[in-house]
Design a protein around this ligand. Structure first.
Ligand code: TRP
Length: 460
């Protein structure tokens, strides 16, 4: 829900004022021309915004490591809405990313009273099997359970030091009567998002989290917290180039050359600045202007494109010096498909969506009843044409069931010109949905009993 100031990740209300959200929360728009091998969600503007996606695109271009983190709530059934994130995950996987899937069994236990054993069963038999059927590759996918990964829980505690109740009030609108399960869940989710960067889970590398816009508050929280842990900040310089600056904190002040009594220790500081210089020189920059007293290093020859490689090498140094050395997560955001009834999609209202295991006749019933953008009489429809922006059958073709752009454009043209009638649009949708669902169900059968291939060793 959006009340003008906030997004509530637990509400089933959804705002669709994407421009306002983009501006208000400082998201960047997706530039299609920068996306290699765009999938249908990219091409159709459904993935519309991001934070720091350039870092990931850079890794893709340079064939450097990056990871993808996604999470699932193991309650209820998987439906079309959930498949959108998996389409994005699949795309990142095809571009070379490794995939980590968090089963939010602790969150489900705390916020929905789902037992851990029920959560496990739902995660595997309802979600993972469909991820497999949708084409995720088990070779570079690791599914884990929040309850079985102590590192994630430990991070939830240590990251909690960097935030407070006021920030939760500002981000989530929490007040005195907020259940503490809702305070814990975002911290555990921050742990989910950050932990793939730990040595034992793949080590330092950029991580991207594709989500629906409703999850952005968690990303803002996590990015804020992570930035506060960083020992070195990299920023554009006014005169051009980049500046690296120390972030002196309780945990690192001695290493940064500030003694316990607050005195400046020139030798320690010079030593640190030398190590930073070495990290920067290794990247190929020759002109470096350190100011040990200020704790800054200017790199006039660096450009904004170098920010991520500079950050990565300084995070590496931070780790050697005893810091966490983690990067703020990158993220992408997709628009929500409308519910079939014309308002929002929700698992608790089966008529608003199509479940992955709906039978063909269940699907057909829903499409036949779906909200239509056609005119009220055939004569009027022929004269005025239909409205694709309101027509659910058309939008489901656009979001899910018609992969061919030319064909989709043709359908749109014919509908808007009045050549194609609303009932005919629904027939096309039902036909495509039929083969989509049948194909998925066949693939699910192929994967039956093999979901384990996706599980991380600590999830077995
Ligand atoms: N909170 C998410 C949901 O309600 C599930 C989740 C847990 C998640 N951890 C995550 C999603 C990490 C993305 C990234 O669906």
């Amino acid at each position: 829900m959006i009340d003008g100031r906030r997004i509530d990740p637990w509400s089933s209300e959804q705002s669709t004022d994407y421009d306002r959200i983009t501006n208000q929360f400082g998201l960047d728009s997706i530039e299609l021309s920068k996306i290699p091998n765009p999938n249908i969600l990219h091409r159709r503007g459904i993935i519309f915004a991001h934070r720091d996606l350039d870092i990931i695109l850079n890794s893709i271009k340079k064939k450097e490591k990056f990871g993808v983190l996604t999470g699932l709530m193991p309650s209820g059934k998987m439906h079309l809405g959930h498949s959108m994130v998996i389409e994005q995950v699949k795309w990142f996987q095809e571009q070379g990313g490794d995939i980590t899937v968090a089963v939010a069994d602790l969150e489900a236990l705390a916020t929905r009273s789902t037992s851990l054993s029920k959560g496990r069963e739902v995660a595997i038999n309802e979600y993972i099997i469909n991820y497999a059927a949708l084409g995720l590759d088990p070779k570079s996918t690791n599914v884990y359970f929040q309850s079985k990964r102590p590192e994630v829980q430990r991070l939830a505690f240590t990251l909690g030091r960097r935030t407070n109740i006021s920030e939760f009030e500002a981000i989530y609108g929490f007040g005195g009567d907020t259940n503490l399960a809702h305070v814990q869940a975002p911290l555990v989710q921050a742990g989910d998002i950050v932990h793939p960067q730990l040595e034992q889970f793949g080590g330092l590398r950029p991580i991207v989290v594709p989500v629906g816009i409703d999850q952005d508050p968690h990303l803002r929280l996590t990015r804020g917290i992570v930035s506060k842990t960083n020992w070195f900040n990299v920023k554009p310089r006014k005169q051009g180039g980049l500046t690296v600056a120390l972030s002196i904190q309780d945990d690192n002040s001695e290493i940064m050359g500030i003694s316990e009594d607050g005195k400046f220790n020139r030798e320690v500081r010079n030593n640190l600045i030398d190590r930073m210089k070495n990290s920067i020189i290794k990247l190929g920059f020759a002109d470096i202007f350190p100011n040990p007293k200020h704790g800054t290093i200017d790199v006039p020859g660096a450009s904004n494109n170098d920010i991520s490689s500079l950050k990565l090498s300084l995070l590496q140094l931070e780790r050697k010096l005893g810091g966490m050395g983690i990067m703020p997560p990158c993220s992408t955001y997709h628009r929500f498909a409308v519910g079939m009834t014309g308002d929002k999609m929700s698992s608790s209202k089966p008529e608003t969506t199509i479940f992955m295991d709906d039978s063909i006749s269940q699907m057909e019933k829903k499409v036949k009843r779906a909200y239509s953008g056609g005119q009220s009489t055939i004569e009027e429809h022929r004269r005025l044409g239909g409205d694709c922006s309101k027509d659910v059958a058309f939008q489901y073709l656009q979001y899910f069931f018609e992969a061919d752009d030319n064909h989709l454009n043709e359908i749109q043209r014919d509908y808007e010109s009045g050549k194609l009638l609303a009932g005919e649009m629904k027939n096309i949708c039902m036909e495509n949905a039929t083969s989509w669902l049948n194909d998925l169900s066949e693939k699910r059968d192929e994967w039956a009993g093999r979901a384990e291939e996706f599980l991380a060793p600590d999830a077995l």
